[in-house]
Design a protein around this ligand. Sequence first.
Ligand SMILES: Cc1cc2nc3c(=O)[nH]c(=O)nc-3n(C[C@H](O)[C@H](O)[C@H](O)COP(=O)(O)O)c2cc1C
Length: 191
Amino acid sequence: MNAIDAAPRQPASPTPAAPSTPAEPTTPLAPITRPEAPAEGTRIGAVVYFSSASGNTARFIAGCALPAEGIAVYRIPLRPAEGALEVREPYVIVVPTYGGGDVAKALPPQVRRFLNDRANRRFLRGVIASGNTNFGDAYCAAGDIIARRCHVPFLYGFELTGTPEDRRAVRVGLRDFFRSAQTESKRQGTT
Ligand SMILES: Cc1cc2nc3c(=O)[nH]c(=O)nc-3n(C[C@H](O)[C@H](O)[C@H](O)COP(=O)(O)O)c2cc1C
């Protein structure tokens, strides 16, 4: 699985509304290893998401009620001062697109940093992306980049906070995705 940085690199973006990345803290911080919302009952998998200050993706994730399906939810922090997220279990990443129409800039820097950690990348199993159809060909382009660079399936795309049908499709789709992955690893004797 390739490092995400092998994708075209982002020049410093002048776009004011894109999620900003303040300077790295000077003292190392303890990594974040706990989910924002743990799985309820039997754990079948995990979702890792990023959402900027506008919070559309956070609202979408909350509306999917994933913990009730046995899916833990981790959030990639907005600011480096919060520490780096480390995930050591299989997960699907949910990511908004932030290129302002430029596909090469579509990946939020926070997501790029998370996936540049080889140990995090090892557990990535798929990608769900969001965007705004006003951006034309760059709609949900963050999902295309991750799928291509990390060799994982692009499972679903939705607009802004998604519709009730999007939330249902993602909840049911992720449940089935993780259950069939568990069945497959049992069949291969890897669990
Ligand atoms: C500065 C900026 C650039 C954006 N660029 C794109 C884009 O290139 N393609 C796209 O599909 N959506 C784009 N969007 C739309 C966001 O992906 C969408 O608003 C998303 O829901 C934001 O999620 P968040 O509120 O969780 O951060 C952009 C939004 C902003 C504010």
